[in-house]
Each structure stands twice: as structure tokens, then as C-alpha cells.
Design a protein around this ligand. Sequence first.
Ligand code: GLU
Length: 511
Amino acid sequence: MNRKVRVRFAPSPTGPLHIGGVRTALYNYLFARQNGGDMILRIEDTDQTRFVPGAEAYIIEALDWLGIKFDEGVHLGGNYGPYRQSDRKPMYRQYADQLIRDGWAYYAFDTPEALDAKRKEFEAQKRTFQYDCTTRGEMENSLSLPADEVQRRLVGGDHYVVRFKFPDNLDITVHDLIRGDVTMNSRLLDDKVLFKSDGMPTYHLANIVDDHLMEVSHVIRGEEWLPSAPLHVMLYRAFGWEDTMPQFAHLPLLLKPEGNGKLSKRDGDRLGFPVFPLDWHDPKSGELSSGYRERGYLPEAVVNMLALLGWNPGTEQEILSMDDLIQQFSVEHISKSGAKFNVEKAKWFNHEYLQMRSDEEIASWFDPILRQHGINAEHDYVVKVCGMMKERISFVSELWEQTSYFFVAPTDYDPAAIKKRWKPGMTTHMAKVIEILNTVPFEYDAIHRALLDDYIVGNGLNMGQVMNSLRLAVVGKTVGPDMLTLVMTIGKEETIRRVQRAIDTIGEVAE
Ligand code: GLU
């Protein structure tokens, strides 16, 4: 059947969005765009105990920053709303009722204490309790209790939950677009809670009802949901919706850099990289978790890096814009095994994408940093410095460290460099530099000819030694771009001032 591609990203607002979740959103987005489909943002907040204020707004802001756009959703509206499950609450009861009526679900009245006692009883026999077809007969539910007792309890307002009734010993096959057929026997599955007497559905019921009503064609989500997929397939069957059941694709886990286990917030703290897209201030603890945006990552670098964690285009191409990704993305190329997070690679992507930004833009980010250092430089000069130096940085925050000497003259000189480069006679050579700058037109070629060709080569001097002494005088250490380009940038007067200061400060040295 040819149906319109409609996918959803369905986060629960339980805290900041983990980058694994961002990747799920990204893959859904790429798939939707590639197929001319719709992308939906649905907020799954049925578990009120885990609700965290601010999480929903965070999710929306993070995905917007990354350029992952939606066609419908909690923030946009659309024809299939509402898009927040708590706002859909009144519509779920009828579906729970339908399942009970058709024999696919039942009321269970067991108190938390009774369940606990049962668990302990099993533990004492070295068994694990599961509420399923083998145990449900021993529990208090509408299958085990007489009908009038069930009625009495329901009318009396006893607390209950509605549980799914798995048929005994049934092989359930989930067809996964990444993994192929995955089969599980119903004996391994517990009778999951679908609905509670407070009128709230659980994730499982709400998720299936909403995917159906929102005409979702493909469910692309994390591997942690694969164990729930047989229940979901059974729910489609129970509702009689199997012919429009979405296709499933369960994405591989994002692993720790070492490769063992799922990437967690603690790994980020331990190894010093963010696992969240934006900074997150926990409303309860006040704790700050750092985000890619505030660390100076560009959104397109984060997108590119995440796209390649678990998917590859089948070629060697690594730099892929959002448009490239939309064109080249394919579910077939998603890997089955987990993808190891690599922070060096993340930095590399940022470096590459920073080079693609204009000097002007980088300068506009650098301006406030300069002001923090008390520098009020001309904007055009900042643009020039950024253009010259951006190749050496992966983050704008590294620019000051790399370029401070463009803005402030050195006040001291690297002693190791003095020892190595500032040889006897250097004060004479530096005085000559000043003389050349004062007499020759201040142009790259003219100075090159006068200083490097005529003076240094012409007199058989050591080129490296003289030029590095000049560098020491101008920069304070032996780093920086091409020396004459540097001189041309900081200007004649400033160069002369710095060279004179080095002569005065370091002076002549003995053999
Ligand atoms: N609310 C679920 C989550 O937070 C959605 C899982 C799904 O996509 O079915 O991941």
C-alpha cells in the first residue's frame, strides 16, 4: 500500500534531550524530507511522576537550533492534534474499554503491596515474578475474580489498572527495517499496564492509539524500544489496525567512547564533552549540564557528526550538509550495532564547519570575547585576523589564545626562544629591520626584497635565526602565521614599537 510518509518524534519531557534522542529526531527528519513526508512532534507526558518543567521548551529550542524542522506538533498545531498526550487524555479510555470488551485486556486490582509480596514470594524460590499468562490466575483481576465481584469493585471505585492479555505461547514477529524479522514468544512478555483508573493511559496504549490516529507510517526510534515492539504489534492486531500498522526501525545505541555500554551523562562529565544539545539547568537540583551550543559547536557540525553515528552514506564522504543528508539518507545503511561516540571527531567536524563560515561572521562572535579582554579593535581588523587564523581553531573560544598578540604587544618573551634564537648581533639585525621598515615602502614584496633577499641572504645570515628573532620581538614566542603577513597586518608603527622594545628589553647577548 502506498501511503504518505508520516513520522513522529515522540519524546517524554523528563529532562534535557540526550544527543541519542537528537539523533532519533534527525533520522526521522531526514526520512520525512527525503520522502516528501510529514514530521510530527508529539509530547509523551503520560507519566506525570517523571514530568520536568521546562523540558518540553528545551526540546523544541534544541531541535530548532539544529535545523530539525517539524510540519505539525505541540508548538505548531496541525490537523491531528492535540499533540501533547496529557491534552489528549479523554480520548484514550474508549480504546482501553474496546480492548477489554474484545477480550484483549482485563482489569487488575492488585495493590502495590500485594504485587510486592508476590515478587518476594517468587524471589524466595529463586524465581522472577512476571505478571503474565502463567501467573495472572493467582492475582486479583477480572479474569480470576467472579464477575459480580469485579463489578462491585469497579462501581465501588477501587483502584485498578488495565493490563494487556497476551495469548499463551504465541510467537510474535516484528518486522524491523534495520534488523529484519525479530520474533519473541508471548511467554517471555508480561501483561503490560495500558491504562490506570485515574484515566491516564500508559506510554504503550497512548503511543499506539496516537500513531494510529495521527496516521504515522514509520516508527523510527531507539533500540531500547525493541523489547516493547511485540506488544505494540499485538495492540495493532487487537484493535484491528494491522493493515495500517507503521513500519518499524529501531536505531542502534550510542555507545561510550570506549565502546562498552550506552553513552550516559556521566561519560560526558567524566570525559569533558556535552551529551546534551543545549545547556540545561536542572530545575530541582540547580545543576548545570553543558550543551553543544554553549560549548561553541555549530549546529551543522553536530548534525553531521550525529548523522554518521550509526549511519553511513556508503561512500568515503564525511562532510555532509543537511541537504546532502536528506538526499543520501537510507534506512538500509543504518548499522545494526551500536555506534561509538568520538569526541575528537566531533571537534574535527566543528573545525571543518567553522572554516566554511565567513570571516565576518566569526569576527562577530569574536568581538564580545575581545571586549571581555578589554580590547576595542576596529571591526575590519578583527575580520582580517579571523580570516588569517581560523584555520588553526576548532572553536571560536580558542581564538583569543591564538591571536592575542594581534591586539596586545608582548610584555615578556619566551626564555627558551631567547636562548635558542636571540644570538649575538641580533640587536643590530633588529635595528636593521626598523631601518628597512622606516625607509622601504610598506608593502609585502618591497619588504621581502629588502629584508629577506638583500639583507639576510645578501649578507649570508641565518634566515631562521633572524626571522624567528623578529617573531619573538613581535609575538613574544615562536608561533604565528607567516612573519611578513603578520607585520603587514599589525602595521608599520606597531611593528617598529615592538622590535624596539625587544632590543631594549632583551638587549645584546654574549657568545
Ligand atoms: N516517549 C518515548 C520516548 O521517550 C517514545 C518512544 C517511541 O518513539 O515510540 O522515547
